[in-house]
Write a protein that binds this ligand. Structure first.
Ligand code: HMG
Ligand code: MG
Length: 313
């Protein structure tokens, strides 16, 4: 069995940093992720720069980014303006991002649930006409900070419509990281009832309550083979304050290595990158695997944050 790790650190991770990370650091981060064996790296977003200033350098980053053959570098695109900017940089993969709830649609996209489809439809149509692959996200799959629990059938309804626009894959976002394995089962049942099988789905768990790995295993057992995660577990969403980092890629790969599932990712090389980034961001990685592997590194090569090693801060 093989699982595709869809790395979101440079986008979902860095969009949520209070500091704006210099473009050279982003470039090196993406390059190091590819070196560690990741073959899908969500690199940045062509959203309004005022909405996400951390990724305002999307054009500059892509212009100077060395591409490794066989690696995909998808970017988030909400609307036609974003698509124009992305096409200018020669992107081959984009992702649109919808919401299952009204509150988040308004806060994240300045749209209603219904009007988000009108915004996305021409984006998908034009992207496909340019030979660009389109992934879709559906956010707030289990609960929303303003509306509470979200019914699985409602998520499946929104997700189905996003796929029907022409997207090849739908990533199920637990934006605020509150889902548990039983809810994952219920959601996948709802998608099955809506005619969407695991071959068209990916999972995207934030790890607020430490359930991301258990939720992922549940999804894998149901036949899903694409899993989103972020190196070192960085991440969140600036428009949902309760969101914390994504499932850490190292935690995911460690578990998959143990299960004998291939990913092509070298967990130690990746952890070294997350430690390097933690040193730059000035805070430790929340990933347990990164913290454990950090202790294996020779003392002199371990990065320091204010004189301490990242796992000690
Ligand atoms: P809006 O204000 O409604 O935009 O924002 P508008 O269409 O009314 O346009 C207003 C002005 O913005 C215009 O300029 C446009 O040209 C400009 P003016 O004519 O006034 O000078 N504009 C743009 N400029 C650059 N790039 C663009 C763009 N679009 C419009 N793309 C909009 C609507 C969607 C743009 C805004 O709400 C937005 O940018 N939202 C993005 C928020 C975001 O990035 N959130 C984080 C990502 S989602 C996430 O993290 C969840 C996920 O990880 C899954 C999960 O965890 O669940 C994916
Ligand atoms: Mg996310």
């Amino acid at each position: 069995m093989r699982v595709t790790v869809y790395e979101v650190g440079p986008r979902d991770g860095l969009q949520n940093e209070s500091a704006v990370v210099p473009v050279e650091v982003k470039r090196e981060f993406v390059a190091r992720l590819a070196e560690a064996g990741l073959t899908t790296i969500e690199t940045t977003s062509f959203v309004h720069p005022k909405w996400v200033p951390q990724l305002a350098d999307a054009g500059e980053l892509l212009e100077s980014l060395p591409r490794v053959p066989g690696v995909r570098y998808p970017v988030l695109v909400p609307n036609e303006k974003g698509l124009d900017r992305a096409l200018k940089q020669g992107v081959t993969d984009i992702a649109i991002f919808g919401s299952a709830t009204e509150s988040f649609a308004r806060r994240n996209l300045n749209r209603t649930v219904e009007s988000q489809f009108e915004m996305f439809a021409p984006v998908v149509e034009r992207a496909l006409a340019h030979g660009v692959r389109v992934r879709a996200y559906v956010s707030m799959c289990f609960a929303d900070p303003w509306e509470g629990p979200v019914a699985p059938a409602r998520v499946a309804g929104v997700g189905r419509r996003l796929l029907d626009l022409g997207c090849h894959e739908l990533s199920l976002g637990d934006t605020i990281g509150v889902g548990t394995p039983r809810q994952v089962e219920d959601l996948l049942d709802a998608f099955a009832e809506a005619g969407v099988g695991p071959e068209r789905l990916a999972v995207h768990f934030h790890d607020t309550y430490g359930q991301a790995l258990a939720n992922t295993l549940t999804a894998l057992r149901r036949g899903i083979t694409v899993v989103d995660s972020s190196a070192g577990g960085i991440g969140g969403c600036p428009y949902a304050r309760s969101a914390t980092g994504n499932l850490a890629t190292e935690d995911l790969v460690w578990m998959l290595d143990g299960l004998g599932v291939e990913t092509g990712v070298d967990v130690r090389s990746l952890a070294a990158t997350s430690l390097w980034l933690a040193g730059i961001l000035g805070r430790p990685s929340p990933s347990r695997v990164v913290q454990a592997l950090a202790r294996e590194l020779p003392d002199r090569s371990r990065p320091r944050i204010q004189g301490k090693r990242p796992e000690e801060v």
